[in-house]
Structures are given as structure tokens and as C-alpha cells.
Ligand binder design. Structure first.
Ligand code: ZN
Ligand code: ZN
Length: 158
């Protein structure tokens, strides 16, 4: 059977950091939580999801990792030079480690999946007029994320 591979490299805006990715993104989310707002310096973060085992950071010394209390257990990597988000790691359950990579960091030629919706919409700083689902609070956002992750893991497992 043919195994589909799509190797690509994502970079932060200044180009200092790069992440080597072995597969196309599994899912995509918009997150309106206050930390994503602060880290992305946007009204909300637009991230694509990968299994952490499929990503490889080229030079970790260029990235500063920070942990925030809420949402819990996220480790967020920021470029030391341009202060832009590079990658965030999160373990939703034992033995599963996920990587969130800003959609803007992907090469323009890569066709990214359609977003699964707006998470933590309660914290929005701008109303979003689109047809995507809006998840207001912590638990609805967590459940929607978990459902999408589970589906993506079982549907495309290589
Ligand atoms: Zn967030
Ligand atoms: Zn940078």
C-alpha cells in the first residue's frame, strides 16, 4: 500500500526557527483564549494540529518554551528573535502528545484543512461572522477539540 507522505517545513515570520513536519495537518482550530491572543498578538490564534511524533524542531536553542497555567499543560514555543509563536505542545491524554503550529507558518503552497471552529469564543475581542461552530467556554471547547483529535487520529492513522 502506498503511504502518503508530505514533508514540509514551517517557519516563523523572521525565518530564524523552522519545524520539519512529516505529515499534512490533522485538524485546524481558531482559539480565542486570552493566552492565544497574547502569544499570537491577534484577535485569535489560527493553529494546525499534528502528532508531536511527526514534527522535528531544527534548532531548539532559537525557541523559548513557556508554560501557562490555563488552559493547562500547554508548553508554548516562541521565537527568541521575532517573539512569534513557533509550536505548542499539549498532552490531552497519556501517550498522546500533540503539536499546534500557527497556520501562517506553513508554506503558502500547502493546502490547509478547513477550521473545525472557534474555541474559547467567550473571550473573543471581535465578533466573527462565519458559519463555523463557536464553542464558548472551557468544557465545550475541550470536548470539541477532543472529538476532533480522536476522529483525526482514528481516520488517518498511517
Ligand atoms: Zn488558546
Ligand atoms: Zn522568528
Amino acid at each position: 500500500m502506498m503511504k502518503q507522505t508530505a514533508e514540509m517545513i514551517t517557519t516563523c515570520p523572521c525565518g530564524c526557527t523552522s519545524v520539519h513536519i512529516l505529515t499534512t495537518p490533522r485538524a485546524r482550530f481558531y482559539c480565542h483564549c486570552t493566552i492565544c491572543q497574547a502569544v499570537s498578538r491577534q484577535a485569535y490564534a489560527d493553529d494546525c494540529l499534528q502528532l508531536a511524533s511527526n514534527v522535528h524542531i531544527s534548532d531548539e536553542s532559537k525557541i523559548e518554551f513557556r508554560s501557562y497555567k490555563s488552559p493547562p499543560a500547554f508548553s508554548r514555543g516562541i521565537c527568541k528573535h521575532c517573539q512569534s509563536p513557533v509550536i505548542a505542545f499539549f498532552s490531552p491524554m497519556p501517550f498522546i502528545r500533540l503539536a499546534f503550529i500557527p497556520s501562517v507558518n506553513y508554506p503558502p503552497a500547502i493546502k490547509l484543512p478547513k477550521s473545525k471552529g472557534h474555541m474559547f469564543y467567550r473571550h473573543r475581542v471581535a465578533e466573527i461572522d462565519d458559519a463555523l461552530p463557536k464553542y464558548e467556554g472551557y468544557w465545550s471547547s475541550q470536548l470539541a477539540t477532543a472529538a476532533a483529535i480522536t476522529r483525526s487520529l482514528f481516520c488517518h492513522r498511517a
